[in-house]
Design a protein around this ligand. Structure first.
Ligand code: ATP
Length: 345
């Protein structure tokens, strides 16, 4: 990977109508927009292979350590982040640093990146742009899938639910086993890319390491607790955020099990399309925080539940409000494997 934060390593060719982008030595044509986040746009791009690099086997192909990262048709996902201040610049640099630590088939790899300085204009006050290159997964995220499935009144089979969940756990185990252990901090359906495959369960890939940090933090004062809560309010999506990040005691040992809470919420969302606490947002006087800290889960009503009770019990086990007795990723994997052998045909 080209690792430089300075200079004109990426050049956004706005002059010719937003046609091409350079990331280091590689030129890409923007095909279309795939999505957008807070300060970011994600585009489908295609590598423009020059005659000289084509004769040598293609530009990017030579650059990647892992040959499986090379796209057959030269298409990739490119995230363009608009950076307005030094704090945002540090966050992007941290996202790049953390993304480069991991290498696992269920974690989205960062293939290349560049950060360029941009002259502020009257319309735009940002002063840097970051370009991050990833493999593209055109079937979208679990969140996109949930929306389409809801309109078509479709559900994942129990077997597919478990296989998708197992893959998310495999990626997360890689992070939790790192030295020091890392927490992802923003596990949710919108951060899981899905690829449908013929005759096989969907492929699931965890992405967005913008909030990932060393997981273990010792909280020893009220001000440290408040600082953690403030950090969490900016980095961990509220409906999936663990109780200890909403209401942190002044003496607490926070660890990677904040992610296990979010995993429980994510499993519920694979079944029912939303976090188990999201209903509180729709109720007058409802409070997401109260629903979470009191673990008021709302199960779908009806005499015939669409999924086995064992899945509901599994979710409840992950949604243990006391972090110190919440299961760890290894416990979760042992359990999901048991459920897979029970429910997969
Ligand atoms: N590799 C990819 N392949 C296909 N689509 C992608 C890829 N990466 C991102 N997307 C699409 O772009 C959207 C935004 O991406 P991403 O979540 O990385 O941005 P973000 O700024 O971090 O968003 P958020 O503010 O929600 O965290 C995703 O929801 C997804 O639809």
């Amino acid at each position: 990977m080209g690792c430089t934060f300075s200079g004109l390593n990426a050049l956004y060719d706005a002059v010719n109508g937003g046609g091409d982008v350079w990331i280091n030595e590689t030129r890409f044509k923007i095909v279309r927009q795939l999505g957008e986040g807070g300060f970011a746009y994600v585009f489908l791009v295609k590598e423009v292979v020059s005659d000289s690099s084509a004769s040598g086997g293609g530009g990017l192909a030579k650059k990647f350590k892992d040959p499986s990262h090379v796209s057959d048709d030269g298409t990739y996902a490119m995230k363009k982040v608009l950076i307005q201040n030094s704090e945002q610049l540090e966050l992007v640099k941290e996202e790049i640093r953390v993304s480069s630590l991991f290498s696992h088939p269920n974690l989205l790899p960062l293939l290349d990146h560049a950060i360029i300085s941009v002259k502020p204009t009257q319309e735009a006050s940002w002063n840097h742009e970051a370009y991050l290159l990833f493999p593209v997964h055109l079937d979208g995220t679990l969140l996109d899938n949930a929306k389409t499935m809801k309109t078509k009144k479709e559900f994942f089979s129990t077997s597919d639910v478990l296989q998708i969940f197992r893959q998310i756990c495999a990626g997360l185990k890689h992070m939790h086993s790192f030295d020091p252990p890392y927490a992802h901090n923003d596990i949710k359906p919108g951060n899981v890319l899905i690829t449908h495959r013929k005759g096989q369960p969907p492929l699931a890939i965890l992405m967005d390491f913008g909030s990932a940090r060393p997981a273990r933090r010792q909280i020893r004062s009220r001000s440290e607790a408040l600082q953690l809560q403030e950090w969490a309010s900016e980095h961990c999506s509220a409906p999936f955020r663990a109780p200890e990040l909403w209401d942190c005691p002044s003496h607490a040992d926070i660890d990677e099990r904040t992610d296990i809470w979010s995993l429980g919420c994510t499993l519920y969302a694979i079944l029912y399309g939303v976090s188990p606490f999201e209903y509180a947002l729709g109720e007058s006087g409802g409070s997401l925080q109260l629903a979470i800290v009191n673990v008021q889960i709302k199960w779908p009503a009806g005499p015939k539940p669409p999924y086995p009770d064992a899945l509901h019990q599994f979710i409840t086990w992950m949604l243990q409000p006391q972090a110190a007795v919440r299961p760890r990723i290894d416990d979760i994997i042992i359990h999901v494997d048991k459920l897979i052998s029970k429910f997969s045909q």
